[in-house]
Design a protein around this ligand. Structure first.
Ligand code: THU
Length: 128
């Protein structure tokens, strides 16, 4: 499948602009191409009880499920400056679950496989 990274990046920026991040003032947006061609998005949603805030990737995987499921093919995560942002460890686990080792994550060094972003990952295969 052709990957239009610029289009995914623009979706990530649009999602970042919807972030609810009044405590950290650190908006995050993420967008991903799904294997059926649609693009799903997520933004961080914080909470007065700081520890229960949701990362942008949580919203993305929820939107993936509610909009029909499927597999993540290509992912872009951005911070408030619109530049590529490294997903936190927990979020790499979320992305790995729904993209698998071959899913691509955009980095300042170009697209990287999830297997490189989360080496020796624990995943669905381990439960078989
Ligand atoms: N954040 C994300 O949304 N995703 C990440 O992968 C890294 C961190 C959010 C959580 C919090 O709302 C803010 O960025 C500052 O940590």
């Amino acid at each position: 499948m052709d990957i239009n990274w610029e289009e995914i990046h623009q979706h990530a920026i649009a999602a970042m602009k919807k972030a609810y991040a009044p405590y950290s003032n650190f908006p995050v947006g993420v967008a991903a191409l799904v294997n059926d061609g649609r693009i799903v998005e997520g933004c961080n949603v914080e909470n007065a009880s700081y520890g229960v805030g949701l990362c942008a990737e949580c919203g993305l995987v929820s939107n993936l499920a509610t909009s029909g499921g499927g597999k993540l093919i290509a992912i872009v995560c951005v911070g408030g400056d619109s530049n590529f942002l490294a997903p936190c460890g927990r979020c790499r686990q979320l992305l790995f679950e729904h993209g698998g080792p071959e899913a691509l994550l955009m980095t300042p060094e170009g697209p990287q496989k999830m297997s490189a972003m989360l080496p020796w990952a624990f995943g669905p295969e381990d439960l078989k």
